[in-house]
Design a protein around this ligand. Structure first.
Ligand code: SF4
Length: 233
């Protein structure tokens, strides 16, 4: 971590309400002796390290009332240098229990969408705008969305994806800070701090409304084209 990164992490900690740090001796890590290691691998390692540092902060976060009811924080997972990020709303029951994003029925549908794009979950990065499960799967409240926003903001800054797909209204509105309607915004390219954003429906909505799957696939074909791939249809 360079000095700019360290400064940013300290600012983030302050924004998240931390007033002091518990400084412990870091675990010994192997020194980088392989001079032939590629710049790509270095970058991957740096992003993974930064994401791990942010996760260590998130998993003990008590910045909003969702910390009282969660089983565990669902931070996000995937390729630290992914070209493509999927950003959803908040963990549900299955995610809260497993600590992983999108692992229930809606998660299986997202996995199927990713496979149809000729990618795997390991190729992309998946996270939510709210890291802790709202009780009874209610919608996240404005104070919770605001409290959690620094995490997804920093995850995007670290990963530097080429494209973000937002899943559902809350993810779109929380990420961009704008009051877009999902039906009118989906399928249209938007911008988030220089990253192209494709809003589409949440997989949970597709479970209730299978007829909307064709709209999501139309949106994903635009994403595939943007990333230089082939949709196959
Ligand atoms: S939802 Fe976000 S801000 Fe609230 S306690 Fe969980 S990690 Fe912290």
């Amino acid at each position: 971590m360079n000095s700019d990164d360290l400064r940013y992490e300290l600012t983030l900690l302050r924004d998240l309400g931390f007033t002091h740090l518990d400084i412990r001796q870091p675990a010994a890590t192997p020194s980088a002796t392989d001079d032939a290691r590629s710049a790509d691998n270095r970058q991957r390692g740096e992003a993974a390290e930064l994401l791990a540092g942010l996760k260590a902060i998130a998993v003990v976060c008590e910045k909003c009332k969702l910390s009282k009811s969660r089983t565990q924080v669902v931070y996000g997972e995937g390729n630290p240098n992914a070209d493509l990020m999927f950003i959803g709303e908040a963990p549900g029951r299955d995610e809260d229990l497993k600590g992983e994003p999108f692992v229930g029925r809606a998660g299986q549908l997202l996995t199927d969408i990713i496979k149809a794009m000729k990618l795997t979950r390991d190729d992309v990065y998946i996270a939510n705008v709210v890291k802790c499960r709202p009780p009874e799967n209610r919608n996240p409240e404005p104070d919770e969305l605001e409290a959690c926003h620094p995490y997804i903001q920093r995850q995007v800054e670290i990963i530097q994806p080429r494209v973000i797909v937002t899943l559902g209204r809350f993810a779109l509105q929380s990420l961009t800070g704008k009051t877009y309607g999902i039906s009118s915004a989906r399928g249209q390219w938007l911008d988030y701090n220089g990253v192209k954003v494709m809003p589409t429906y949440h997989p949970a909505y597709l479970l209730r409304t299978p007829s909307a799957k064709k709209d999501v696939w139309a949106d994903m074909k635009k994403v595939i084209a943007e990333l230089g791939g082939e949709s196959g249809t």
